[in-house]
Ligand binder design. Structure first.
Ligand SMILES: C[S@@+](CC[C@H](N)C(=O)[O-])C[C@H]1O[C@@H](n2cnc3c(N)ncnc32)[C@H](O)[C@@H]1O
Length: 328
């Protein structure tokens, strides 16, 4: 196995710090105040997310792993001659290991590109896949969109490309954003290439609330860590204790929203973002949306982005869908 990183990491890190400061300045002055969910994933955020995946109330990870284990062989039967896999937002890489080991023994040699904003996630993904023979790994520490652009510049190898977008990461995009992003993935593929999309389904409100506001407080720590990150990286003076975690099921929009709620009125300075913000008591910062879908809606979204459905598998226990489509 070989591992290499794309681009100059030092340069990327300087750009990423500037972008973080600019985004904090822009999004925290919107009403309602917001922060993009991708900033939840610094090293501690990635570790807390891994812990969330082990919680009894977060069924997404186990449901998707079950589907990958059972239907992994079908993926590679329906999509023969895969020579490249691109995983967007891989987390610890465990799901891709399950997929590759379940059915891709004939897909060798294989190049796997991991695109993730979290360097901790990329390191973990490379380690997780490190035992596989005849696999070359390329790490792209960047956003999904920039990663797709980087990949478009790389020469194609013979064989098909399979893009993989798991964990219901698609649910973090708002509705037009999700459609646009699926079209961006399609533009990076050739006819006959594949996309495997894992997306969470609408389920009873109690199950959704427990998944995003667990009794152990791990999801609350994951959310509040964003303020810890702003304090550390941008010199902010958020009193982290003065913000509570709130998860709300917005049925009309079919999404779970995560917010940080000011427990008292306060003023916060963030020097690197050249920002001072006053919060009223009860004022919220919206940090993440997780849209929930119906199976047919997922197929319709993919078809309108230029794909044809090859298969859809559903986990009936935790209500989760894995959809395999081919670029047309
Ligand atoms: C919800 S986790 C899912 C991880 C894994 N796919 C799974 O199913 O367990 C989202 C992952 O995507 C990464 N991520 C989130 N937003 C991103 C973005 N806009 N661009 C690139 N990576 C992103 C995070 O660092 C994290 O590793």
């Amino acid at each position: 196995m070989s591992v290499r990183s794309s681009g100059s990491r030092a340069l990327l890190l300087a750009d990423a710090a500037k972008e973080f400061a600019a985004d904090v300045q822009y999004y925290l002055t919107l009403h309602p105040r917001q922060l993009p969910s991708r900033y939840l994933y610094d090293a501690l955020g990635s570790a807390l997310f891994d812990a969330i995946c082990r919680l009894p109330w977060y069924g997404i990870t186990r449901a998707e792993a079950r589907l990958l284990e059972t239907h992994g062989p079908d993926v590679f039967d329906r999509l023969e001659r895969v020579s490249t896999i691109v995983e967007l937002g891989s987390g610890d890489g465990e799901k891709l290991r399950v997929l590759v080991q379940s059915g891709a023994s004939h897909a060798r040699p294989l190049t796997i590109h991991f695109v993730d904003v979290s360097s901790a996630a990329l390191t973990a993904s490379a380690r997780t896949l490190s035992e596989l023979d005849e696999v070359a790994i390329v790490l792209h520490e960047t956003t999904y969109e920039a990663g797709l652009e980087e990949l478009a510049e790389q020469p194609r190898t013979a064989g098909r490309t399979l893009a993989v977008f798991l964990g219901s990461n698609i649910g973090n995009f708002d509705a037009p954003g999700a459609d646009e992003f699926l079209r961006a993935i399609r533009r990076g593929l050739l006819p006959g290439d594949g996309l495997l999309l894992g997306a969470d389904l609408v389920k009873p409100e109690r199950a959704l609330r427990l998944a995003y506001d667990d009794p152990l407080g791990v999801t609350a720590a994951f959310n509040r860590n964003l303020l810890v990150r702003i304090n550390r990286e941008l010199g902010g003076d958020f009193d982290v204790d003065a913000f509570g975690h709130r998860a709300v099921w917005n049925e009309a929009a079919s999404r779970v929203e995560m917010h940080l709620v000011a427990q008292r009125a306060q003023r916060v300075r963030i020097p690197a973002a050249e920002l001072e913000v006053s919060f009223d008591q009860g004022e919220r910062i919206w940090t993440e949306s997780s849209y929930k879908y119906e199976p047919k809606q997922i197929v319709a979204m993919l078809e309108s982005a230029g794909f044809q459905c090859a298969a859809q598998w559903i986990d009936a226990v935790d209500r989760f869908a894995l959809t395999l489509v081919e670029a047309v």
